[in-house]
Structures are given as C-alpha cells and as structure tokens.
Design a protein around this ligand. Structure first.
Ligand code: NAP
Ligand code: F7E
Length: 325
C-alpha cells in the first residue's frame, strides 16, 4: 500500500517541492487549499505536478474543516506548511497571522489526536523564533527563542504546541526549525525573489530601480529543494524530535544584490538600488546562521546547494521568464 501524505500550503513555495519529492517516493499526496475565486497553481505547474495531487478544500483557521478532512483521509503523514509566512505583513495582520500560524496548528493537532493518532506530524518552524538570540553567532536547537515579530511569536506558540502533543499524547510530532530557503518559485515579496525578479526586469529594460529596506541584514540562505528532504527524513526517523536546518553560512542582503546583478551581466548595481524606509521593519532580525550538526548526525542531512548556485539559479529562472514573455 502506498503511504499517504497531506501537505498544507501546497500552493506556496515548499509545498510543491515536497509534493514532488513524495510523489517520486511513491506516496499518494493530498494538498489542502483554501477557497479562492481564482486559485493560482503556477508553482505546481512549474514543477509539472499539478494533476498528480488530490486537492482538498479547507482552511487552517476553520477547525471543523480540519476535523472532517483528517477523519476522512487519515493520512500516514501530515506536513503543515500553511502559514501567513511574510514577516513584514505580520505587524499589520497580527491577529490573522496568529489564527493561521498558531491556532491552526492546535486545530490540526487536535484533529490528529481525535481521529488519526498514528499520523506523523511535521510543523514548519522557523529561525525567526530566535530573533536576536544566538550562541557565538550561531543558532541551534538549544538557543533560546526571542522572536521579534508577530510572525515569530505565532510560530513559537506552534512550536511548543507541537512539542506538547508529543509529550502529552505520545503523537509522533517534529519541528523542523528551518532557516531561510529560496527557489525560482519563492513568493515575490520575499527579498531574494524581489531582487532576482527586479534584476531580470532591469536587464530586459522593463524597470529602472530596485527599492529595498535594510541591506545589512544577514540570512543563512539555502535552496528549498534541499530543505524538503530534511522534512521527509524527520518523519522517517525512529523517534520524533526537533531539528535546526540551514547551511551554516550567512550573507547580507547587499551581497545577494551584488551577486544577482553580476549573474545578469550588470556591473554597476549601485546605480539601480534605492533605499526606501517603507521596506524597513519595526524590529529587525539582523543576523541568522544555523548550526545544523544535529540534523547532519541524526538524519544524515546536509545542504547541497551553495549560495552562489542558489543566486544563479534564481536569476536565470527570472531572466528566462521574461525572455519567454
Ligand atoms: P509560502 O510560499 O508563503 O506558502 C504558504 C502557503 O500557506 C500558501 O500556499 C498559502 O495559501 C497557505 N495558507 C496561508 N493561509 C492559509 C490558510 N488559512 N489555510 C490554508 N492554507 C493557507 O511559504 P513557504 O515559503 O512555502 O513556507 C512554508 C512554511 O514554512 C510556512 O509555514 C513558513 O512559515 C515556514 N517557513 C518558511 C521558511 C522559508 O524560508 N521559506 C523558513 C522557515 C519556515 P495561498 O496560496 O492560498 O495563499
Ligand atoms: O527578508 C530584509 C528584511 O522577507 C529577509 C520567511 O520565509 O524566512 C523568511 O522571512 C531580510 C530581512 O524574509 C527588503 O528586513 C531588506 O532582514 O526575504 P524576507 P524573512 O523576513 O527572513 C523566515 C525563516 C521565515 O520563516 C519566513 O516565513 O531582508 N529586507 N529589504 C527586505 N525584505 C523584504 N521582504 N523586502 C525588502 O525590500
């Protein structure tokens, strides 16, 4: 019998990469989608898997929809990737962010406990939970949380609820504490894709400026295709646990900008970049860098794609999009 998996957030960035991996492993994949007048399947289309997923209606903020769907499909594995995931919007939409990212996880865990307690559960936790906290410049599973945004706070609630269902009810639950990961299907608001899309447009003569906020922020950026492998490995391990996932290297937004212009063949990047205070955050997370040795030792996971390879991949994909248009 094929294993079954439910992926929430199937239309986002990570959902399609994870679905592709699970389909290659022979899984039957269900994808949760919320109600839309015009749903956007472009990320599933990009990976060529739209027709291979069984889509199910539901919403993380609607408990009854999750109770019904878990009762009906009783999947072997649930990967909870759904979220209001844009940190910048979480100050303006703090309540909505909390309902989806925090309470939504409680609803899903309750549904599993009631109707399918042998289902294994993966929670998309995040390096944003660390905020300004670090140990010698790195963050790992023992670093204390000091979230700096309503997004980070909502994810801390979800993290502890995931741990609590493991400790209270013996349900197989794991937190993947993932550092920033990007790809050619990254949402356009996130800084990496905003940069590579703008660079491609500038190259094609469709745009002449790139407006950004804090160029000094540093992130540990990896490739989403590598990171979904870690999600799957966590649920195949003998015991449930929580893991930090990242490359162990970080770079500033400015370095990302410089390299993107370089790969597009534009030498004078400073001519095009404008600093705009609207893109600065009320409280910034200045510096994130993962120490992912636990995942390497216990899961055999390591990032494969370098920073340079990631930037090149994203710039080339955006140039191709505009050239094809
Ligand atoms: P993403 O591209 O923003 O995708 C999030 C998905 O969640 C979207 O498909 C969205 O659906 C869905 N969603 C939002 N609200 C929902 C609701 N109420 N009910 C059902 N679905 C809902 O995010 P991502 O980059 O793939 O990240 C996946 C997960 O990992 C998120 O939980 C994120 O917070 C977390 N994370 C991401 C990173 C990263 O660097 N990418 C790092 C650490 C953790 P629509 O398409 O309908 O809007
Ligand atoms: O910002 C700075 C910004 O929005 C990265 C999400 O996937 O990763 C992501 O959250 C940095 C920040 O991602 C602009 O201030 C400068 O320091 O790409 P971002 P994020 O906030 O790190 C974590 C791990 C998640 O869990 C989240 O879901 O770039 N920055 N100028 C800018 N950021 C944006 N978006 N736009 C700018 O113009």
């Amino acid at each position: 019998m094929a294993k079954t998996a439910l992926i929430t957030g199937i239309l986002g960035q990570d959902g399609p990469y994870l679905a592709k991996l699970l389909l290659e492993k022979g899984y039957k994949v269900y994808g949760l989608i919320r109600r839309y007048s015009n749903p956007n399947f472009s990320n599933l289309d990009f990976l060529g898997i739209t027709k291979k997923i069984e889509l199910i209606d539901g919403d993380m903020s609607d408990e009854s929809s999750l109770l019904h769907l878990i009762k009906r499909i009783m999947p072997d594995e649930v990967y909870n990737l759904a979220a209001q995931s844009f940190v910048g919007s979480s100050w303006q939409q703090a309540k909505l962010t909390t309902e989806i990212n925090a309470l939504g996880v409680l609803y899903m865990l309750n549904a599993i406990k009631l109707f399918s307690p042998t289902t294994k559960f993966y929670q998309a936790s995040t390096s944003e939970m660390f905020g300004t906290s670090h140990d010698d410049g790195f963050q790992d599973e023992n670093t204390i949380f000091h979230p700096r945004s309503p997004y980070g706070i909502s994810k801390v609630y979800a993290y502890w609820m995931t741990v609590n269902f493991r400790e209270s009810y013996d349900i197989f639950t794991c937190n993947g504490i993932l550092f920033n990961h990007e790809s050619p299907i990254r949402g356009i608001q996130f800084v990496t894709r905003k940069i590579t899309d703008a660079v491609a447009r500038i190259k094609m003569g469709l745009q002449d400026k790139l407006s950004l906020g804090n160029l000094d922020a540093k992130r540990d950026w990896g490739f989403a295709g590598d990171y979904v492998e870690a999600m799957h490995l966590m649920l195949q391990n003998e015991k449930p646990d929580d893991y930090v996932i990242g490359t162990g290297e970080n770079h500033s937004v400015k370095e990302f900008v410089q390299l993107s212009f370089k790969y597009a063949g534009i030498s004078d990047w400073e001519k095009y970049v404008v600093i705009d205070a609207r893109f600065k955050r009320p409280a910034e997370v200045p510096n994130l860098k993962a120490r992912a040795t636990k995942a390497q030792k216990q899961l055999g996971w390591k990032a494969k794609t370098s920073f340079d390879e990631l930037v090149k991949m994203m710039v080339e994909a955006d140039l191709k999009r505009y050239q094809n248009k």
